[in-house]
Design a binder for this molecule. Sequence first.
Ligand code: AMP
Length: 305
Amino acid sequence: MSLLVVGSVGLDTVYTPFDKVEDALGGSATYISLAASYFTGPIHFVGVVGDDFPKKYITLLEAHNIDLDGLQIIKDGKTFRWAGRYHYDLNVRDTLLTELNVFESFKPIIPPKFQKAQFVCLGNIDPVLQLRVLEQLDSPKFIVCDTMNYWIEGKKDELLEILKKVNVLIINDSEARLLAHEPNLIRAAKMIRQMGPEILIIKKGEHGALLFVEDQIFSAPAYPLEMIFDPTGAGDTFAGGFTGYLHKTQDLSPDNLKCAVIYGSAMASFCVEKFSTKGLEDLDYLRVLDRFREFRKLSRFDEKE
Ligand code: AMP
């Protein structure tokens, strides 16, 4: 059974201190699917674009074994657009524009062949749409969900509804504090897990990620890169690498979840090295595996007897 990915597909305009790019391929489902495609396939993709969405992006997604039968292309519709500007400290980003466009009237329709999905990754979109997706699935076994401050602030009740139904929530540190109204991340994690997800991942940008599973906390480093070009999509890419690896291995034990967090971090490190999705377009599994192994060296230490 294939991995089902639902989320935004869009055209991003991004300014960093080094360069800028206009109408580049973006969106949560895009990054998730590209990252997951290095572990499993075909990826079953559900989203919406307008007929202004460039054909070359469709070709790119298809070339990564992403099945676009669930992609609605709305005639005379305008594709979702987002623009952001990064500060000199790339952890700080201002959102300049969020134009929902075709997303405003989007009703996700899950094609029959996607409805039996066991593994689902709900990318960052309106939690109302995430709920509609789950209603159409037969009996999903493992649901990973991402969200952001935009929805925590604007659709809190609907977000709380979806949290009751998912197995894993992936959010960043500031979003965790916002969601729990609690500045301490360990306490915030406890409160968020009481909202539903038994597994929680809190991403801390260039400081890595924390996994909360059963009574364990696992701290994963971020890969130390000398050149971070564009952090856009790193969080979604993390989610794609994480879920893709779990789908490939079909092992949900805490030890394998820790490996999945490292694979997610490895994929995110490739993503930020180039603009837009470029860092995810020409990888191969051996490069991913090499980087996974580099992570092992990063935080391994032995005590002298
Ligand atoms: P990240 O850097 O992980 O936050 O993801 C950035 C991606 O999320 C960009 O490619 C955007 O197109 C997409 N995005 C930004 N805002 C939203 C939103 N409100 N809903 C859905 N997707 C969004």
